[in-house]
Design a protein around this ligand. Sequence first.
Ligand SMILES: [Fe+2]
Ligand SMILES: [Fe+2]
Length: 191
Amino acid sequence: MNKELQKIISDLEDRLSNKRFRHSVGVMYTAASLAMRYGIDINKACTAGILHDYAKELSDEKLMDICKKDDVIITDYEKEKPYLLHGKAAACLVKNKYDIDDEEVLSAIAHHTVGKVRMTPLEAIIFIADYIEPNRKMIPGLTEIRRESFNDYNKACGMILENVIKYINEIADDEIDEDSRITFEYYKRYL
Ligand SMILES: [Fe+2]
Ligand SMILES: [Fe+2]
């Protein structure tokens, strides 16, 4: 682990609640393991993994402000549910704070929340690691998704999206947004 990454980890320990810090470390190591499996740059995976929830504990107003200041496109659904912007806001903040100019790392952070169509391998493994890291509480389907994550990451993305949509429809009794529907339509082909 390089010095920069060590500094980021110790900053995050101060910045985030204990629970969120533990989750972030879990995502970092899970992303590193997936990176080893798929031949992805491990340092990039660790950096995106540890930083993905950098903005998660900020208020809705703050998240909107950060994104507006950086000219980030905010969808109508995100305006309704600003917490969904914590990935995009984190990418804006860490770009300046840690001089991260790797667009793929920033994009993996920005899109970890709901994923997107045609994710790059790095984007996909961050999306997956967020869902499967060891501190996550056991939910139906998680064991199969964890196993599939190390076999076919595109299929694992499809399984996660399917699970999330099922949860939103059946348990939260809410409707999914248009972007998530399009993303799932794309990943369905891998199921
Ligand atoms: Fe998140
Ligand atoms: Fe997370």
